[in-house]
Design a binder for this molecule. Structure first.
Ligand SMILES: Nc1ncnc2c1ncn2[C@@H]1O[C@H](COP(=O)(O)OP(=O)(O)OP(=O)(O)O)[C@@H](O)[C@H]1O
Ligand SMILES: [Mg+2]
Length: 158
């Protein structure tokens, strides 16, 4: 599945739709260069999940838990991780993310090559920034029923 998102709001809106389709135990890996829009997408996912608190790029924190807000239809916590400063798999193990994984949606910026082993399946989202500032987003479901779920997401009404 591939999308072209020309504005920040388009990326946030797509994240919101994706967030609405996520389930407990889902692992989403966001890949893309600095400033490509990983956090914007994570903010949209947080909105789609109906979680509390602003999803931001934390400076001193690597992982943050956003609890669901029932008033916003929230069902699941969002665990938002920025793995930029993590060296690799060993550092990821120290975060103990598997303790919360099954009951939450876990979204990891810069997680490629570091967090895939946490779950049997994951959704890889690759963001590329074009010269005209449009973002090209590619979704690649790895394992489980991700391919079917992406087909449903692509077909779902906005
Ligand atoms: N189509 C777009 N989608 C997302 N962001 C966009 C888009 N067009 C422009 N932007 C801008 O690009 C920036 C994306 O920033 P963001 O913090 O989400 O990137 P990031 O990938 O998380 O960066 P980092 O690697 O530092 O964590 C924002 O300033 C946003 O306004
Ligand atoms: Mg970021």
């Amino acid at each position: 599945m591939m999308l072209e998102l020309s504005k920040e709001d388009d990326t946030r809106e797509f994240g919101r739709r994706l967030g609405g389709a996520l389930r407990a135990g889902d692992l989403v890996v966001l890949d893309g260069p600095l400033g490509s829009g990983k956090t914007v997408l994570a903010q949209g996912i947080g909105a789609g999940l109906g979680v509390r608190g602003a999803v931001t790029s934390p400076t001193f924190v690597i992982s943050r838990v956003h609890r669901p807000d029932p008033a916003r239809g929230g069902r699941l916590p969002l665990v938002h991780v920025d793995a930029y400063r993590l060296g690799g798999v060993a550092d990821v193990d120290d975060l103990d993310l598997d303790a919360s994984l099954e009951d939450s949606v876990t979204v990891v910026e810069w997680g490629s090559g570091k967090v895939e082993q946490l779950a049997d399946a994951h959704l890889l989202v690759r963001i590329e920034r074009r010269d005209d500032d449009t973002r090209v987003v590619r979704l690649d479901g790895r394992g489980a029923d991700w391919q079917e779920r992406l087909t449903m997401l692509a077909a779902a009404p906005r």
